[in-house]
Design a binder for this molecule. Sequence first.
Ligand code: ATP
Ligand code: MG
Length: 388
Amino acid sequence: MDSRNRIFIVTALYFQSIQALPVISLTPARNITFDALPHRVSLVLPTLVPQHKNRGTESTTMTAMLAVHDLCVSYSTGEGELHPALVGVHLELQPGEILGVLGESGSGKSTLGTALLRLLPRNACITRGAVVFEGRKLLQLTSEELRQIRGQRISIIFQEPSRALHPTMRAGQQVSRVLAAHGINRKKSLREKTRRAFDAVFPGETERFLESYPHQLSGGQRQRVLIAQAIACEPSVVIADEPTASLDPTTQSEILNVFRSLKKQLKVAMIFITHNPALLVGLADRVMVLYAGRVVEAGTVEKVLTSPAHPYTRALFQSIPPEIAESGNSRKAKLMAIPADLSQESLLPEGCCFQARCTEKMEVCSAAEPTLINLGDSQSVSCFKYTH
Ligand code: ATP
Ligand code: MG
């Protein structure tokens, strides 16, 4: 592996081992109570929720910067069988747009994030589909062509934040190394670009943190250095795979604010992966809900969070702990659990992938697989309830 790839992967490795925290707290921007996340949380929505016209998971009004068509990924198991992890996923991302990808553990969120940059493990196989970035088909590029895009045009912040930073290098150097790996070698440019990345994640405290070693930083500060690495090359797209999963609620909220400010200042497009819908409030423009590797619902964040259409999305929202309510507003509501879990193969029979866990199952659900239909008003759903 050459040094550029190594730096890219090491940056990313930070994310692979910590399980997601179930709770968050949010900083109010504009008080809007989401009646859909409803009995659980009173959330806040900032003023900016662009209303892209939506066809399924696609916005149709602008040319997509990143488009995924019919993406299917399977993992081969020890017995030589292929286990599908993504099935026919479509999505489009516009410049500066933030798409939240939501789903429980095992729904295929990380598989999607890594498949976009062909960073899947060896036992994974992209069986169908296309990924088009700025007009180029990423799945067809050579390794060298792809390397020029990874980290530079599209960067990824991985899920497990355990060992990504070099323990004996100052934080600033670690960001400079990423820039150097992408061909920025002049000292002046390196210094300027590193400083600019730090300004974005440590506003007003750049000097102090440039010179810090990882052991002098808190978990949240280390996370900021990793975000600085991800944005240093000024990519068009950042894929953030559960970037706040290992943090306590207060730090999580601070890091979310960093992402919100990146959206505002840098206008970088983002795919923000999470299992917690509350994290998308005030950050995402649109949401795509994954279940068993399928898109079961998509739409504007306002629409999906306030009026979830798919029984799975609703169940997911009702299983959020009440502590994520606005401070002082938590209630002692009974926490709902979605019966069973995704790891049971028997849960994916013919027909709708959610039928075995669905409380609204109909006869048709075991006979055929629903497709994503447009409900109008910036929302689409894959459920027979809306066609039968
Ligand atoms: P989490 O929230 O726990 O991170 P996720 O939504 O990111 O979950 P993925 O990691 O994408 O889910 O996994 C999707 C499916 O693919 C799961 O069924 C998982 O067991 C399977 N899978 C993931 N990685 C591998 C692998 N290396 N080998 C075999 N199966 C895998
Ligand atoms: Mg994951």
